[in-house]
Design a protein around this ligand. Structure first.
Ligand code: F6P
Length: 377
């Protein structure tokens, strides 16, 4: 009997999403004679039954296109804004799934999407996910698609900032995405020859960073490039944040919903305030070093546009493996990249986890060997 599958993309868009949609769709149709439909704007499209046929013509010519032809959103199935209310809409999603007689739902996304997809398993939906994000922070996979493209864009930007920093004898602080992990800043910082790299996993001491800039000046290099993750924290801010996270955990343990909500709100407010911390960091460096300083925030440029060849390959490899797994009836898994191959990883082993940069990661050792300031010593 012909199987039917649905595909959706959720969370922030990422280069390689269309390559993955194409691969899942083409392999499912060509190899296994399946019928493929797409849902628009992530889980919201599943809730509202907003579909599009992903037939051969819809999948043609999309390999190199950035973004996602399906559209995306950060909506959560169990906390969906509907009118002026926030509701659990997972039942409506199951209805749509049954209406189309689907055998599987393929969710392309990062950690948040995994959590959301995992909730749908309880409803009886055969879920399978593919790891996408420019942040590279999905637990259980070697790498995510989107990361290589963002790394390439960010590295090129740092290359360009070098010549202008050098010409003006300035500090240029360049802020990179990555949410609460430092893969992108560390990778692009190293590849672009940054003089300091500040990531969330290693809280920084501003005096240490300023001293590294001054020691370069004394050595005849009166300019510096500082690559900083959007989630990087000073030692003081990291300590304050850790206390807030501990308060949430304590309230959870005590099953005190009011205290938990208050602690979560405090953390959200803290994180929102941190968004502008790169400007503050830049000002502090200017004051401490006496060197003119500028800030460049790369922002969404990092995730726009055509995917790199490596991301196209990865997304295509994962997408075709996904079709094979659906055919074999393997569900409740993420298709992970493992070496040159792929591996299905049960979602219950990875849900709620995040892949951060380990302190002993070879990229960190490499940076330290080059005397790149990591902000801590
Ligand atoms: O997860 C990808 C990402 O680009 C993060 O690096 C960044 O923190 C976040 O999304 C930005 O989200 P939005 O595009 O919704 O502002």
């Amino acid at each position: 009997m012909t199987k039917s599958i649905g595909i959706l993309t959720a969370g922030g868009d990422s280069p390689g999403l269309n390559a993955a949609i194409r691969a899942v769709g083409k392999a499912s149709m060509n190899e296994y004679d399946m019928r493929v439909i797409g849902f628009r704007q992530g889980f919201r499209g599943l809730m509202q039954n907003r579909t599009t046929d992903l037939d051969a013509s819809a999948l043609s010519g999309i390999l190199t296109i950035g973004g996602t032809i399906l559209g995306t959103s950060r909506d959560k199935p169990h906390r969906m804004p509907v009118g002026d209310q926030v509701m659990d809409m997972t039942d409506a999603m199951l209805e749509t799934y049954n209406l189309h007689h689907l055998d599987a739902l393929v969710c392309l996304g990062g950690g948040g999407t995994i959590k959301n997809a995992y909730r749908l398993i309880d409803k009886g939906i055969n879920v399978i996910t593919l790891p996408k994000t420019i942040d590279n922070d999905v637990y259980g996979t070697d790498v995510t698609f989107g990361f290589d493209t963002a790394l390439t864009i960010a590295t090129e930007a740092i290359d360009r900032l070098h010549s202008t920093a050098h010409s003006h004898h300035r500090i240029i602080v360049v802020e990179l995405m990555g949410h609460n992990t430092g893969w992108l800043a560390l990778g692009a910082g190293l590849a672009g020859g940054s003089d300091a790299i500040l990531i969330p996993e290693i809280p920084y001491d501003i005096e240490v960073v300023a001293e590294s800039v001054l020691s370069r000046s004394r050595a005849g290099k009166p300019f510096s490039i500082i690559a900083v993750s959007e989630g990087a924290l000073s030692t003081e801010a990291a300590a304050a944040r850790a206390k807030m996270v501990a308060r949430i955990a304590k309230a959870k343990e005590a099953d005190d919903k009011k205290a938990k909500k208050a602690a979560q709100n405090a953390l959200t407010e803290f994180d929102t305030r941190q968004i502008s911390s790169t400007h503050e960091l830049t000002l502090q460096l200017e004051q401490l070093t006496g060197l003119e300083s500028r800030v460049t925030i790369l922002g969404h440029v990092q995730r726009g546009g055509t995917p790199s060849p490596a991301d196209r390959l990865l997304a295509t490899r994962l997408g075709t493996a996904c079709a094979r797994l659906i055919h074999a009836g393997v569900f409740g898994v993420m298709v992970a990249a493992r070496g040159e191959g792929t591996e299905p990883v049960p979602l219950d082993e990875i849900v709620g986890k995040r892949k951060t940069v380990p302190y002993d990661h070879p990229w960190i050792d490499t940076a330290r060997a080059l005397h790149v300031c990591m902000g801590d010593c």
